[in-house]
Design a protein around this ligand. Structure first.
Ligand code: F6P
Length: 359
């Protein structure tokens, strides 16, 4: 049995734990008949034939290790069909490296973009298994991605720390949480840390609603307010613009404010005269050791991937649905995004306890 493995896109916690699950599972089933080729730095390694032959020992002791022992890089899906600067056909190069090594399959760990390329390789005839990783939890077809809960822990701890200083100084604080397109991380961390206002890309905000929520707290005698704001939070006015116009406007604003949080902070200061502080934990949210939940999830998904490989059930993502691992055809899920439903119970429950979503 010869398998290739790569980790692509933004890293997250539990990538190593997931690969360990795959290899330990295969070792126990295949015993001595197992060769592992680890492609370095994501699809780059598969395109340019940059790989290391690995053994089971390489996957020992990495359950708790953050990052990825294979390295990662972003190789946008939309550029996969575009030849590189030397005219190399990337898709053909990936197929040729796969075939030259005589692989039985390639295990691809990544998020949405990575999954689209995995599906492309499937369409091109390669045997592919995809494992859903990302702190964004936006992969369609799985209830959860590994990395998500570890990031929730970090973002929550950040907001917890901000809470105490915000209360001491009676300040308005904004904590900007990762997530350009979806707000799962902001929603979960916001609820877990008792944020007063949560702004998500899926629920465009109105300035007046944010100001009302702050005012309401003042009237209740609460001198501080905490906003958990997703990187991709957007105002109702901006969301209503045609795509091109919106892009141009946001690009112009990016010269004035480094991110949406600073724009909102400015708006609050101008309207209320109050000091507003912005905290951005940024890539810390993707770093460090995976939390126990992610260790368990990634180990289960990795082990289930090993079984899928031995059963030769290729072309699938290994998902977790209602607490059970399940194979989901890549053809059904690639290119779809799992977003927060503004009408979901969780959003309604959060609103019921007084959290404002700025809408
Ligand atoms: O997709 C994961 C993610 O961490 C997003 O939440 C974030 O917006 C983005 O990656 C950051 O990307 P980069 O590491 O390329 O700056």
């Amino acid at each position: 049995m010869k398998i290739g493995m790569l980790t692509s896109g933004g890293d997250c916690q539990a990538l190593n734990a997931a690969m360990r699950g795959v290899v330990k599972g295969l070792e126990n089933i295949c015993r001595d008949d197992l060769e592992i080729y680890g492609f370095l730095n994501g699809y780059k390694g598969l395109i340019y034939g940059d790989y290391r032959k690995l053994t089971g020992a390489d996957f020992s002791g990495i359950l708790t290790k953050g990052g990825t022992i294979l390295g990662s890089s972003r190789q946008p899906f939309k550029l996969m069909r575009v030849p590189d600067e030397n005219g190399l056909d990337k898709v053909e190069a990936m197929k040729s490296n796969y075939k030259r090594l005589g692989l039985d399959c390639i295990v691809i760990l990544g998020g949405n973009g990575t999954q689209k390329t995995a599906n492309l390789l499937r369409e091109e005839g390669l045997n592919v298994i995809h494992l859903p990783k990302t702190i964004d939890n936006d992969i369609y077809g799985t209830d959860m991605t590994f990395g998500f809960y570890s990031a929730v822990n970090i973002a929550t701890k950040t907001i917890d720390c901000i809470h105490t200083t915000a209360a001491s100084h009676n300040r308005v604080f904004i904590v900007e949480v990762m997530g350009h397109k979806v707000g799962w991380l902001t929603l979960y961390a916001g609820v877990a840390s008792g944020a007063d206002i949560i702004l998500l890309p899926e629920i465009p905000y109105e300035n007046v609603k944010i100001l009302d929520a702050i005012q309401k707290r003042h009237k209740q005698g609460k001198g501080f307010t905490i906003l958990a704001v997703a990187e991709g939070a957007i105002s109702k006015d901006d969301a209503a613009l045609p795509k091109k116009e919106r892009k141009e406007k946001l690009a112009k604003e990016a010269k004035k404010w480094p991110s949406v949080s600073y724009k909102i902070a400015d708006m609050i200061t101008q309207a209320t005269g109050s000091e507003v502080r912005v905290t951005i934990p940024g890539h810390m949210q993707r770093g460090g050791s995976p939390c126990p939940y992610d260790r368990i999830l990634s180990t289960r998904l990795g082990s289930a991937a090993a079984k899928a490989i031995v059963d030769r059930k290729f072309g699938n993502m290994v998902a977790i649905i209602n607490g059970e691992t399940k194979l989901v055809p890549l053809a059904e899920v690639a290119g779809k995004l799992k977003m927060v439903d503004p009408k979901s119970r969780m959003v309604q429950e959060a609103k019921r306890i007084g959290i404002s979503f700025g809408d």
